[in-house]
Design a protein around this ligand. Structure first.
Ligand code: DOR
Length: 443
């Protein structure tokens, strides 16, 4: 790649939610200046040939845990964002359950300071809601680099928690941006964990954190959304019942939803037999009935976004007996290979991938210049080789949690190069470029 500020990506198959067209991209100062046929012929600009490649808009991952500060042995902003760009993710929104948790403007500033010069993708950070900070969130959520507010209705990794409706209502009444919600009912979780026998097999995880745990919290949430009129985003939907509920209630833009690739591609009980704690996450991976309904909800638009919930833990932590082993699966890097496999399986197409991984998360959270390849937008894109057919290699994984339940899976199409604001930030052969991520800009 030239260091040029103005250049043309020539002859790629440009993917948008509307379709796939063969076109050139004219890039100037990190933005797309023009898109159309044969732009390279009319001007004397440096060109990069993209013939034979699909060009997807850079993925926007609205849910990652990059563990810095305080848990850097699992991941940090540099290693997490490198994994991101290796998989075609050019923007990420990072979760607040670090140590200390991101529950104040100072903690947010600290993350932004740490991110500067070390991130390969553009970034923003969620503020975690708590009973103590609930009334300040409306003011704090306006800060530069803030992705919005995150609520844990049920406890997971870390100690962030809003377990009662009165406090949740205070959070929803404080501020105006969309609130990201981990929806599991804490009182029910407490009861159910009290009955777990230490050392039980991991396959009981979906019974411990059962359908009712998720459904109950989501019902409570929807009542409060209707009462307060606050927009929310339901993270990692894991049950058929919640899909049906979202479809029936149809609250339009008030309630958007996201799913992880894990809930689309792993299924119980087989995944627990194969991978044990390595596929233990919250909310859990469930059986085929849920997987099929969730896939359909994504295809129908009831669920609009993909979020990886990249949640790395080291193998020695994962090897503790149930229920002490921490929950979470690394996944920021494997979104695209998995969805490309879904195209091969016939239930997804390229335009839908562009919609659910880039346009929808940008729209849901109100990003200014991301989400689609068109004139005036940031030149964030990933070149995909659609002919690629090799087993997914462990050596490709960049996360500090050096495993993935998808290692060994036969891929059908693969991300080859990733560009952020017109500069190459990852190449499959040559590795990373410069860490030149900057804070995401919201409308
Ligand atoms: O499985 C999970 N792991 N779910 C969460 O909500 C948190 C995450 C983590 O941070 O480890």
């Amino acid at each position: 790649m030239t260091g040029a500020e103005e250049w043309v990506l020539q002859g790629g198959q440009i993917v948008s939610p509307q379709g796939v067209i063969r076109a050139d991209l004219h890039i100037q100062d990190g933005k797309i200046k023009d898109i159309g046929p044969d732009l390279s012929l009319s001007q004397e600009l440096p060109c990069i040939a993209a013939q034979g490649f699909l060009v997807f808009p850079g993925l926007v991952d609205p849910q990652v845990h990059f563990r810095e500060p305080g848990l850097e042995w699992k991941e940090d902003l540099a290693s997490g964002s490198l994994a991101a760009v290796a998989g075609g993710v050019t923007s990420f929104m990072e979760m607040p359950n670090t140590k200390p948790p991101t529950t104040s403007p100072e903690a947010l500033k600290d993350k932004l300071r740490r991110a500067s010069g070390r991130c390969y993708a553009d970034y923003a950070f969620f503020l975690g809601a708590s009973a103590e900070n609930a009334d300040f969130l409306g003011e704090w959520e306006q800060a530069e680099g803030c992705a919005g507010i995150k609520v844990f209705m049920g406890s997971s990794t870390g100690n962030l928690l809003i377990e009662d409706d009165a406090t949740l209502e205070r959070v929803l009444r404080s501020g105006s941006r969309r609130v990201a919600i981990h929806s599991e009912d804490e009182p029910r979780l407490k009861q159910r964990y009290a009955e777990v026998k230490p050392g039980s097999p991991h396959r009981i995880h979906p019974e411990v954190r059962d359908v009712e745990t998720a459904l109950k919290a989501t019902k409570r949430l929807l009542r409060l959304v209707e009462k307060t009129g606050r927009k929310v985003h339901l993270l990692h939907v894991s049950t058929a019942e919640e899909c049906d509920l979202l479809r029936e209630r149809d609250l339009g833009d008030l309630v958007t939803a996201e799913v992880t690739p894990n809930h689309l591609f792993l299924e119980a009980p087989a995944c627990y037999e194969d991978w044990a704690s390595l596929v233990q996450m919250n909310p859990p991976i469930r059986d085929r009935r849920h997987l099929e309904t969730i896939r359909q909800a994504l295809v129908d638009g009831v669920i609009s976004c993909i979020g990886s919930d990249h949640a790395p833990h080291l193998l020695e932590e994962k090897n503790k007996p149930y229920p002490l082993c921490p929950s979470g699966i690394p996944g920021v890097q494997t979104i695209l290979p998995l969805l490309l496999m879904a195209v091969r399986e016939g239930w997804m197409d390229y335009p839908k991938i562009a919609e659910i991984t880039s346009q929808a998360p940008s729209r849901v959270y109100g990003l200014k210049s991301k989400g689609i390849l068109q004139a005036g937008m940031d030149a964030d894109f990933v070149l995909v080789d659609p002919q690629w057919k090799k087993p997914l290699a462990l050596s490709w994984i960049r996360s500090r949690a050096a495993y993935s339940p998808y290692v060994g899976m036969m891929t059908h199409g693969f991300p080859i190069q990733t560009y952020l604001r017109g500069k190459r930030v990852f190449d499959l052969d040559q590795g990373p470029g410069e860490a030149q991520g900057s804070p995401l800009v919201y409308q």
